[in-house]
Design a protein around this ligand. Structure first.
Ligand code: NAP
Length: 291
């Protein structure tokens, strides 16, 4: 198998910029493309090559990685004439790390296979901090041989890297992660809403409950930012709403009932409609009038 050296990286936002930076540090030759060029400036300063389109960022690369926002963005950059699949060289690996639809991941896999391109879905969890520290958990779907071949790439950005099965399995596991996260996030917000209405000092409640059985990463790493008055993203409200909408759609196909997901999605949609979509998920505290 040829050595993987050249990477095209599309989507240099909160997560992608940090991930592409680690790949450069690991010695890969990285070319970048992002819809808003200024978000790639730091990487370009560091030595990344700028590409003007997804096609330019795909041609001649050993690996093409995407970390964009929504399934519609994934569809746009992969499929179609200016897209990744028709412009990737035969034998290239294409890895979508966006949290996206499992069905779309299967479609990309099938279209890529016809052109002898190896498609992998590999969404992540661990947040902006995990991306900065290269400690992400990576959920991988696709062919197992491709997963093994891509180990040097995954090891440069993540710590817990799990192969889940055929194309789309990585996305399915990521959505399961988001379902658990949604309950944990809303539960923490609700605990502080209760504490406030009961007349307790919220900082003292946090100090007491965050280290016990009710403590969670959502409470300590995310909700605490909001309790301290910081609503910058991290992980945006609009992206969690997108993930839970994918969960709703796919759970209907699989025949599972997810009442907590439905409730939290309703809360997030309300937050989005009130203009909080680009804030971090800790802004859910505002839904409960804690902040
Ligand atoms: P983000 O900051 O919005 O980054 C996404 C980037 O992709 C943006 O810079 C955006 O460009 C670019 N983009 C979108 N569509 C594009 C297109 N068609 N062509 C080229 N560039 C495009 O979001 P993020 O927080 O990094 O999240 C990225 C993905 O990872 C999302 O699916 C999210 O759900 C998932 N995720 C996020 C976290 C987290 O903690 N942040 C954790 C795990 C997973 P613009 O700059 O023009 O908007």
């Amino acid at each position: 198998m040829a050595t993987l050296k050249k990477i095209g990286f599309i989507g240099t936002g909160i997560m992608g910029a940090a991930m592409a930076g680690h790949l450069m540090d690991a010695g890969f030759e990285v070319s970048v493309y992002n819809r808003t060029k200024s978000k790639a400036d730091e990487l370009i300063k560091k030595g990344a090559k700028w590409c003007g389109t997804p096609a330019q960022c795909s041609r001649g690369q050993d690996v093409i990685i995407s970390m964009v926002g929504y399934p519609k963005d994934v569809e746009q950059i992969y499929l179609g004439d200016d897209g990744i699949i028709v412009n990737a060289k035969a034998g290239a690996y294409i890895i979508d790390m966006t949290t996206s639809s499992p069905t779309l991941a299967e479609k990309i896999y099938n279209e890529a296979k016809v052109r002898d391109v190896h498609a992998i879905d590999a969404p992540v969890t661990g947040g902006d901090t995990g991306a900065k520290n290269a400690t992400l958990t990576i959920f991988v779907g696709g062919d197992e041989a491709d997963f093994k071949a891509l180990a040097p790439i995954f090891n440069a950005i993540g710590k817990n890297i799990v192969y889940l099965g055929t194309a789309g399995s990585g996305q399915k596991a990521k959505i399961a992660n988001q379902i658990a996260l949604a309950g944990s996030l809303a539960g923490a917000c609700e605990a502080f809403a209760y504490s406030k209405s009961a007349g307790l000092d919220i900082d003292k409640v946090f100090a007491s409950i965050s280290t016990g059985s009710a403590g969670s990463k959502q409470m300590t790493d995310i909700v605490k930012r909001g309790l301290d008055g910081n609503f910058d993203p991290g992980f945006m409200i609009k992206h969690l709403a997108k993930d839970l909408a994918i969960g709703t759609e796919t759970s209907m196909i699989y025949g599972t009932s997810l009442p907590i997901l439905a409730l939290v999605l309703h809360e997030l949609r309300k937050m989005e409609s009130e203009g909080h979509g680009n804030e971090g998920t800790q802004s859910l505290l505002k839904y409960y009038d804690v902040k």
